[in-house]
Ligand binder design. Sequence first.
Ligand SMILES: Cc1ncc(COP(=O)(O)O)c(C=O)c1O
Length: 396
Amino acid sequence: MKTEPNPPQNPASTVQPVPMLDLKRQYQPLHQELLNALGQVLATQQFILGEPVAAFEKAAAAQLGVAHAIGCSSGTDALWLALAAAEIGSGHAVVTTPFSFFASTSAILRAGTTPLLADIDPATFNLNPVAVEAVLNGPQGAAVRAILPVHLFGQCADWASFTRIAKERNLKLIEDAAQAWGAECNGLKAGALGDAAAFSFYPTKNLSAAGDAGMVTTNSGEIAERARMMRQHGMRRRYYHDELGWNARMDGFQGAILSVKLRYIDTWNQLRRTVARRYHALFHAAGLVEAGPYPIHGIVLPQEVRGTHHVWHQYVIRATCRDGLRAFLTERKIGSEIYYPVPLHLQAALKSLGYSEGSFPEAERAAREVLALPIFPELREDEQQTVVSAITEFLS
Ligand SMILES: Cc1ncc(COP(=O)(O)O)c(C=O)c1O
């Protein structure tokens, strides 16, 4: 039999593509369950708040072990609502991290409050309590009413230290738990740690809606009552506006979808932990791992801090030649992402905060070195091997 000669192959075309995230793999087995839930909303025509959202709020609060959960329109609105409900506003300041998504800081400004930034811990990328204390002891420290740590990439910030600092100085703690559904610190779930917390259910989050949605959680009846009022234009009684709130309501469709997914999130988080463990093992076997916190020739792996339960929303390595590595992976159709390429103090929109290059060396260094690799519950072992082989090839 006559065979065609093989066409010349470039090495990139022989490698299987690996997506950064493939939401279809989560959706397919849930297809019918989700359609049924959406059908219920259509049948009752409760499109905004109503029973579908109330049911999700109840189940979410029970799962997190927190007294109150208030569904809202996005994680950004949840941050603003949490601050407004905790009565943090004009004339106050809030300390947060420069290494996060923009909303962690923009929501503070939206609440009429001044953000003060403090540098991060290079090992976890989370807000560093020592740096926070330096800000509190500084010239603007007296105006600070709250600390807003972010549980970045799915791992809780150093809550024992922040609790101590907050107690000593009578400050509120607001969690940005947008990336951390199911994460824990010393046996308590993210969302139940601070005075109030904000979650995002943006479609790429580990617990995700089919559009924008978010949630405030709190153990304070007073904060919960205010958050419910503020998410509906400051109304306690229909068309009587006690305060200047906003439209920050959750849609019924999102509540219905989230109620379905809430039943699976623990399993998905466990699978994420399996994926992270496999990356660890594969990278160690490849001999690429350096002790850190900074890489020299190889890579530094993310670590789970003792006493925390990491849900691996992202698996973020550090690499010295990060941009070259990313280009190499992209050429091989292997997904990756940079969270975050520009720290918040260097963002054009936040120039007025008065920081400059060099203000937060750890955040700036992280922005140059971090690379998030594909991670999601359904990611296969052979796909992870492809990722690790490509990185090995690039570094050798
Ligand atoms: C850390 C962090 N905070 C806040 C947000 C804002 O959430 P959303 O996009 O739902 O407004 C996000 C998500 O994008 C986030 O990752």
